[in-house]
Every structure is written in structure tokens, then in C-alpha cells.
Design a protein around this ligand. Structure first.
Ligand SMILES: Nc1ncnc2c1ncn2[C@@H]1O[C@H](COP(=O)(O)OP(=O)(O)OP(=O)(O)O)[C@@H](O)[C@H]1O
Ligand SMILES: [Mg+2]
Length: 256
């Protein structure tokens, strides 16, 4: 990282414990993570290694048991695997709610909504209801809603995991474009090695039991990237080997 780079997120010594006594789970143990402004970081790890826990602490939804997370007052948006749209509101209603929460003047809501829907390639969808949309379309509305909050940091927890490969590829292209246009800082959770290699400037590989950062890998491939690029496949294979390695190390730690 070049000297003078502003950090959007600094997590220092973050530990998270759940439960008590013999039932206690160390979800995260002494995690240090810095994310530079404008960086696209993927958190990669098998199930249960603390990815969602770390993300929800960055979002301020839960507090660390120890350590601290500093975002310098930046605004944070969050996207989950499920779009979490309000089913009784139209697309427009869902986005208006986010605009209202961000304090945007009401006379700008219609224009801002149209602009955001254009940005996620859903022009004219204002009056649709969530159940009338495909899973991929719902995730794009969820993305528009996150952007409506005018966030500087976007936290994404396996947002495309439930989608088919073709829809996911299209959404990767869109998120990469929106990230560049809006100069967002993104932390993207996934257990998919190809997705991590396709999207990340840096991939933070996590290991389970207890959840820790095992290793960080820079992905220096030019953008925009394409999922079918053989170089992505090579990077993904290397990440897969790392996941296997740290999984075995964690298993050995448990049984020794
Ligand atoms: N609210 C909670 N209460 C108790 N234990 C929890 C809670 N949330 C998470 N955990 C535990 O903390 C550990 C990390 O969970 P977390 O959901 O962060 O993992 P993850 O890496 O996101 O997994 P996945 O890929 O399955 O989503 C797990 O052992 C989980 O059981
Ligand atoms: Mg999770």
C-alpha cells in the first residue's frame, strides 16, 4: 500500500466470544484488518470461520468482545444473501425508505430512484413489487437501496450466493462498475474462490476454530475482469489450496 493511503476501516485486536463457560465459542480471535479507501477486499473462508461476525461488527450491528473498529465516521451500507426488501412496498417504496433515512430531500427521491435503477440496469421498475422480480433483480434493487443511503463503505455478505452462475457473472460486472464509478470501499464476504479472485484487489483468507486471518493475497489482474479469464482460474486454484491448508491446520489444532 502506498504511503499516505487513507484507511477506510481499521480493525485492531478484534475478538468476539459467544456464549459462556463450556458452551463458549471464540468466533474471532485477535483480528487485525485495514482496508484502504476505495479498496475492494474479499473475506474468504469456509463456513463458521467468522466472516459474517466480522462484517456485522464493521457494520456496527454487534460489538467486539475485545478490540476496536474505526471507520473514521464513514457511512456504511450492507447487503445480505437475501435481499431483505420489504415485500409490501414497491421497488420505489423500498428505495425511498433508504433515501428518507439518509436525509435526502423528498423532491429529489423520484430522480434519485430513477438514476439508481438505471445504474443497476433496472430502468422503469419503480412500481414492481419484490415478488414480481427474479432473485437477481431483487439483489440489484437491494444494491440500489444500499447506494441510496449514500454509503462510502459497502459491506456485502455472500450477496450473490443464491443466484445462478450467469446472473452472478452479470452482477459481478455491475458491482465492479458501481464500485469504480462511486469510488466505494467494499468488503465482500464469500466462500467461493473464483468469486474472490474475480472481484478482490485483496483476498483475506480466514481460518476457523477460532476465526482468524490466516493470510492475505493481492490480486493484481487488470479490470474490468472476466470470470472466464484463465488467470482468474489460476488465482482461484491457488486460493482453494490455501483454504484446504488452513482447514487442515485448524482440524489438527482441534484434535491435538
Ligand atoms: N449469535 C450467535 N450466537 C452464538 N454463536 C454464534 C452467533 N453468531 C455466530 N456464532 C458462531 O460464531 C462462529 C462464526 O460464525 P459466522 O456466522 O461469523 O461464520 P461465517 O464464516 O459467516 O460462516 P458461513 O460461511 O456459514 O456464513 C460460528 O461458530 C457460529 O456458530
Ligand atoms: Mg456467514
Amino acid at each position: 500500500m502506498s504511503a499516505g493511503t487513507e484507511m477506510a476501516i481499521r480493525a485492531r485486536g478484534v475478538t468476539k466470544l459467544f456464549g459462556r463457560g463450556t458452551d463458549q465459542v471464540v468466533a474471532l480471535d485477535g483480528v487485525d484488518l485495514e482496508v484502504a479507501e476505495g479498496e475492494f477486499v474479499c473475506l474468504l473462508g469456509r463456513s463458521g470461520c467468522g466472516k459474517s461476525t466480522l462484517l456485522s461488527m464493521i457494520a456496527g450491528l454487534t460489538r467486539p468482545s475485545e478490540g476496536e473498529i474505526d471507520m473514521g465516521g464513514r457511512r456504511v451500507g450492507m447487503m445480505f444473501q437475501d435481499s431483505n426488501l420489504f415485500p409490501w412496498l414497491t421497488v420505489e417504496g423500498n428505495i425511498h425508505l433508504a433515501l428518507r433515512l439518509s436525509g435526502a430531500p423528498k423532491d429529489q427521491w423520484a430522480d434519485r430512484t430513477a438514476e439508481l435503477l438505471d445504474m443497476v440496469h433496472l430502468p422503469g421498475m419503480q412500481l414492481r413489487r419484490p415478488h414480481e422480480l427474479s432473485g437477481g433483480m431483487r439483489q440489484r434493487v437491494a444494491l440500489a437501496r444500499s447506494l441510496a443511503q449514500d454509503c462510502q463503505i459497502l459491506l456485502m455478505d455472500e450477496p450473490f450466493a443464491a443466484l445462478d452462475a450467469i446472473t452472478r457473472d452479470a452482477l459481478h460486472d455491475q458491482i465492479e462498475r458501481v464500485w469504480a464509478e462511486r469510488r466505494l470501499t467494499i468488503v465482500f464476504v464469500t466462500h467461493n474462490v473464483r468469486e474472490a479472485a474475480r472481484l478482490g484487489d485483496r483476498v483475506v483468507v480466514m481460518q476457523p476454530s477460532p476465526g482468524r486471518i490466516a493470510e492475505e493475497v493481492r490480486v493484481t489482474l487488470a479490470r474490468p475482469r472476466k470470470m472466464d479469464d484463465p488467470l482468474i482460474a489460476t488465482r482461484a486454484a491457488a486460493l482453494h489450496d490455501k483454504l484446504d491448508k488452513y482447514h487442515v491446520i485448524a482440524e489438527q489444532g482441534r484434535t491435538s
